[in-house]
Design a binder for this molecule. Structure first.
Ligand code: NDP
Ligand SMILES: O=C1O[C@H](COP(=O)(O)O)[C@@H](O)[C@H](O)[C@H]1O
Length: 505
């Protein structure tokens, strides 16, 4: 891997401390950093190199998943770090930064490969990118890349404007838009499932699949992020980016070759085939919710409107469920249900694929009423996969549902930020959001935002500690389906079915 300089805008911020330094350190101890590198953290506050290095060490010790007791390694890593006081609005500071970056490159005798990580508030994204160009920071003899945090715009127009500005300073191939869901090992595994299992590849279409359900439920509420969340809501915070990226990763088909470009191409095809929502249809396919008070893990919690920093009249959504249709040859007629919400009963990110039973149509009542085949992909916090299949019980000759499963018990898996930063350092953008995907996501979401603004759909209240508003259940019931695994584990689903069958004997 090329030696390089890692310039971290927002180096004193929360994300840097909790995710970025621990990720860089873990890459370092796993020998996934280049042999020579320089890390330069930036922030507005004044601080000496030493004080900054100490604060980075503390963050690593507090947040790193790996061991942090190897003092030799820690010293070596920390020694690569410097701090520069920097105000993004001050042009002189870019020149100062350029000088410092150049000095360090000479001291360490490393080429001018520069990774700029923008971990600052979004209003600085374009300003920083343009000043990187103007100041000469981006005129390198080696490569330059920019990792950019979310949110990428707050609607279709602002996302396009932002992209337009960034593209004046960086080529699309140089821009790495982070979506940390794409760094989750099981989301990355979605592609491999199809690449490596002809059995799944063969079934991955509307002939065999009845519906697909993608859930990202959280127990936490708005926490200390009222200022950000109250004008963002679940639709922009989770749905437009993470949920639609999971949809693309699930629905895409095998690319011509395994490369970032071809994977992006396949994901784009999914988004292009997504049936657009007309503003007047939004209420039929989208459910909007806000958490009320309730009980979570035995404790009473307040509703959204009583959270610190939230206006008591806020109409913001903390829950979204939607039915989407992908009108291509593979998926025509298969509903994709997506839901995400805060203050729900459990923390769970999972995908459930419900299969059709064409044999039932063929043999009718001659076949026992078993569960449909299900494939459950657990993404977070558990990682694993289960299949619900049917099998004949030799003891009584009856067909029953069984569960076959795999759980990844290895807790020592790399964090999303580690995987993604490592990829960006290697120049691999497969698991980053490319502009076309982002633009198409905003195109899909824009009528939903417009319908919300015009108050064309109700804001349903749901109790904290529940699985979201009743309307989100009706959405599936209308189609003859249900959200799998609410209130019951997959083992319980199988057991309940067995009991039902036993009663019929
Ligand atoms: N925190 C998180 O969990 C997540 C954050 N993100 C995104 O990451 C980005 C950073 O978030 P987060 O770390 O939480 O934010 P923080 O508010 O914690 O940190 C902001 C950083 O920006 C710096 N900064 C502020 N103003 C300026 C300026 N004028 N010039 C230069 N630097 C400035 C601050 O430096 P100083 O304080 O020294 O002035 C600080 O280092 C945002 O885009 C956010 O949306 C995305 C996902 C999760
Ligand atoms: O990006 C975000 O994601 C988190 C949820 O991430 P997860 O990895 O814990 O599933 C969410 O809480 C936050 O609101 C959102 O900004």
């Amino acid at each position: 891997m090329d030696s390089m300089t890692f310039v971290l805008f927002g180096g004193t911020g929360d994300l840097a401390k909790r995710k970025i330094y621990p990720a860089l350190y873990n890459l370092f101890i796993e020998q996934k950093m280049p042999s020579s590198f320089s890390i330069i953290g930036l922030g507005r506050r004044g601080m000496s190199h030493n004080d900054f290095q100490e604060s980075v060490e503390e963050s690593i010790k507090e947040f790193s998943r790996g061991e942090t007791t190897n003092s030799f390694k820690m010293v070596e890593f920390i020694e690569s770090i410097r701090y520069v006081q920097f105000d993004a609005t001050n042009k002189e500071d870019y020149k100062k930064l350029l000088k410092f970056v150049g000095q360090r490159e000479q001291e360490l005798n490393i080429p001018e490969n520069r990774m700029f990580y923008l971990s600052v508030a979004p209003e600085f994204f374009d300003m920083i990118a343009l000043n990187i160009k103007e100041s000469g920071l981006g005129s390198t003899k080696g490569w330059k890349r920019m990792i950019i945090e979310k949110p990428f715009g707050h609607d279709l127009i602002s996302a396009r404007e932002l992209n337009e500005k960034l593209s004046k300073a960086f080529e699309e191939e140089e821009i790495y838009r982070i979506d940390h869901y794409l760094g989750k090992p099981m989301v990355q595994n979605l592609g491999s499932l199809a690449f490596t299992n002809p059995i799944l590849q063969a079934l991955w279409n509307n002939k065999y699949i009845a519906n697909i359900q993608i859930t990202a439920s959280e127990i936490v509420g708005v926490e200390e992020r009222a200022g950000y969340y109250d004008h963002t809501g679940a639709i922009k915070d989770m749905f437009q980016n993470h949920m639609l990226q999971m949809l693309m990763m699930t629905a895409m088909h095998l690319p011509k070759e395994i490369s970032a470009k071809e994977v992006a191409n396949e994901k784009t095809k999914v988004m292009e085939a997504l049936r657009p929502l007309q503003i007047e249809d939004v209420a039929t396919h989208v459910i909007r919710g806000q958490y009320g008070p309730g009980v979570l893990n035995g404790e009473n919690v307040v509703g959204y409107l009583h959270e610190p920093g939230i206006e008591e009249t806020s109409k913001n959504d903390t829950f979204i469920a939607a039915r989407l249709w992908i009108d291509d040859d593979f998926w025509y007629g298969v509903p994709f249900y997506i839901r995400t919400g805060k203050r729900m009963k459990e923390k769970s990110t999972r995908i459930v694929v419900e299969f059709k039973n064409p044999l039932k149509e063929l043999y009718g009542d001659q076949i026992e009423d078993t569960l449909p085949n299900l494939l459950v992909i657990e993404i977070n916090p558990n990682e694993g996969m289960s299949y619900v299949l049917n099998s004949r019980n030799p003891a009584n000759g009856k067909t029953e549902s069984i569960k076959v499963d795999y759980a990844n018990d290895n807790k020592d898996v790399p964090e999303a930020y580690e995987l993604l930063i490592h990829d960006a350092l290697r120049g691999d953008s497969t698991f980053f959001a490319h502009w076309k995907e982002v633009e198409l996501s905003w195109e899909y979401v824009q009528p939903i935002l417009d319908a919300f603004k015009e108050q064309l759909l109700p804001l349903h209240s749901y109790p904290s500690g529940s699985y979201g508003p009743e309307a989100a259940h009706s959405l599936l019931r209308e189609d003859g389906f249900k959200w799998w695994l609410d209130e019951e584990t997959i083992e319980e689903v199988v057991e309940v079915k067995e009991k039902e069958l036993a009663l019929q004997v």
